[in-house]
Design a protein around this ligand. Structure first.
Ligand SMILES: Nc1nc2c(c(=O)[nH]1)N[C@@H](CN(C=O)c1ccc(C(=O)N[C@@H](CCC(=O)O)C(=O)O)cc1)CN2
Ligand code: GAR
Length: 363
């Protein structure tokens, strides 16, 4: 049985679903080295995976599953995009296209490991389409205008996206319902950004200023953008990321829109970057999560270097796993607890520490 999974830095105790035909989830206690990955399946048989030649994948020695997509890590730089193929993006717009422009800037500037291959719009004269033409990016009109020959059908749209090699579809202010044909052709691969905190203030009729007017009228104290996966209905797909901004008592819809839009630009680039870096994992209950960085269980990190095998020292690992900050925080909070404990025991100057508190800094 062939299955494909994206092993790109899942944390040691996360569960990810194998993307592809197999729905079997595997329990990753991931140890990643330049070319060696140890993987524990859910039946706890330890699989030693070895790099198989130039093919971008590994073969499980003791399993019928063939796992692909493991990214070799040259040296130990951040693996977020090292060795990963640049992804191709199809961006859908209907308006000014500021989110599209932010994402395009990210692909040029390097924060997004991908390229905008094609832009799709229902408004061929909109700002986003104009911007795309100026950058030499092809523009497709969908759906067809009622009184114009321009535009493609849903089936032709899927074919066109495939022809451009599109890996992921990003809706960026697109105001039409994505047809079920496209949703099914790109499972877990279509994102949308909505200018409110879904599931509130979403669905048919909730777009543009209408959203912000509804938020203000509701008396909500906070709002913010939501990036979510797209299913066949408006705004009901799985939420991937959200940002929060305050709603001021004096806000007009335009002022709130501008505040949310500023947050959108940051959030959508981060989410797109994670998508292109294959840093999105799916929790067992179906909630998608963004892995911000590679977390490797220190005790198990074995690094096969070119000539010799060696284990990184724990202090070195902390730098690699990015937990150094957490380590210091725990160290200092433990020290503070200890001091306050000693103080209260010796001078009774503070609250008595009960046994659970005493235990806490032993942890
Ligand atoms: N299948 C999906 N298609 C789209 C989604 C989605 O989640 N699933 N998201 C929308 C974007 N969107 C909110 O984020 C949204 C856009 C438009 C509407 C809406 O009510 N549109 C009007 C028509 C507006 C117009 O033509 O100017 C309508 O359908 O009556 C709601 C939500 C993009 N597509
Ligand atoms: N429900 C969909 C919706 O309202 N989308 C919103 O349209 C605006 C498009 O701006 P842009 O064209 O400048 O990116 C953005 O605020 C986006 O959240």
């Amino acid at each position: 049985m062939e299955s494909r999974t994206l092993i790109s830095g899942c944390s040691s105790n996360s569960r990810i679903s194998l993307i592809g035909r197999s729905e079997k989830s595997i329990d990753l206690s991931l140890v990643r080295s330049q070319k060696l990955v140890f993987l524990k399946t859910q039946n706890f048989s330890k699989l030693d995976l070895k790099w198989v030649g130039a093919r971008r994948g590994v073969e499980c020695r003791s399993s019928v599953e063939r796992v692909e997509g493991v990214v070799g890590v040259e040296g130990f730089e951040s693996e977020s995009s090292v060795g990963l193929r640049r992804k191709k993006l199809g961006v859908f717009v209907s308006g000014g296209g500021s989110n599209f422009r932010s994402i395009h800037d990210g692909t040029v500037g390097g924060s997004v490991h991908g390229d905008v291959a094609v832009v799709v719009t229902n408004k061929p004269e909109c700002g986003g389409a104009e911007y795309a033409r100026g950058k030499g990016i092809p523009v497709i009109v969908f759906p067809k205008g009622s009184n114009s020959s321009d535009g493609v059908s849903a089936a032709d749209l899927v074919d066109a996206l495939r022809a451009y090699g599109v890996d992921f579809v990003l809706l960026a202010g697109y105001l039409k319902l994505i047809p079920v044909e496209l949703v099914r052709a790109y499972p877990k691969s279509i994102l949308n950004i909505h200018p409110a905190l879904l599931p509130a203030f979403g669905g048919k009729g909730y777009y543009g200023m209408k959203v912000h007017k509804a938020v203000i009228a509701s008396g909500a104290r906070f709002s913010g953008p939501t990036v979510h996966f797209v299913d066949e209905h408006y705004d009901t797909g799985r939420i991937l990321a959200q940002g929060v901004v305050p709603v001021l008592a004096s806000d007009t819809a335009e002022e709130l829109a501008a505040r949310v839009l500023h947050e959108e630009h940051k959030l959508y680039v981060e989410a797109t970057s994670a998508l292109c870096d294959e840093r999105i994992v799916w929790r067992e209950d179906g909630v998608p999560l963004i892995r911000s960085d590679r977390v490797i269980r220190p005790a198990e990190l074995f690094l096969a270097r070119e000539k010799k095998e060696e284990k990184l020292k724990p202090i070195e690992l902390l730098f690699y796993t990015g937990n150094f900050r957490n380590y210091l925080q725990k160290l200092f909070s433990g020290a503070i607890l200890l001091c306050s404990g000693v103080c209260s025991l010796s001078q009774n100057c503070g609250p008595e520490l009960d046994s659970s508190q005493m235990k806490s800094f032993a942890a």
